[in-house]
Write a protein that binds this ligand. Sequence first.
Ligand code: E4P
Length: 218
Amino acid sequence: MKIFIDTAQIDEIRQVKEWGLLDGVTTNPTLLSKTGKPWKEAAQEILKEVPDKPVSLEVIATDFEGMVKEARELAKMGDNVVIKIPFTIDGMKAVRALKAEGIKTNVTLVFSPLQALIAAKAGADYVSPFIGRLDDISHDGIGMLEELVEIFAMYGFETEIIAASIRHVDHVRRCALIGVDIATIPFKVIKQMFKHPLTDIGLERFLEDAKKAGISIL
Ligand code: E4P
């Protein structure tokens, strides 16, 4: 399973890159607004830090022509830019048109396997089902994802599934078990994936015992 970071914060991207875990980045207008920088500056900074892995940047327009125009502009910012297109009828028309131009797309705001199926048939390179936001309204985000993965496998779609709106480490575990291609994870959750209380307790005991026994390796 590939790990993308779901953020526009450059320090978070740098850290996950240093940890050797970074396979890509996803942003959205909300995440870019949180940087407090002009969106273009923040996006350019990310692309400079991550020049060789997919970086999703989202359009703001909601009509077909507007989305295509914005997508072309965003695509000029880097060869690795993937255009995030919201799941709407105009959005799916835009995905089809951008595919014909060789511009990669990531269909966002996907909440059902049928929306994902339509996006794949339109030629999306990625679809982003939002798990956490479904859980937030007492729906079964992981259940939706399981169905989606099964459908894509059955028909052999090449579209990659990015599990999005991940809230906690158990979401990540379930994503890995289901076999999604990618999970895009907030920094806080990536950090939590390293943690286990028994690792901390175990290390503390080993160090105490090493001290007692006078073990010094160098
Ligand atoms: C996906 O690409 C989105 O940026 C993101 O996962 C949305 O998550 P949220 O529900 O935490 O805003």
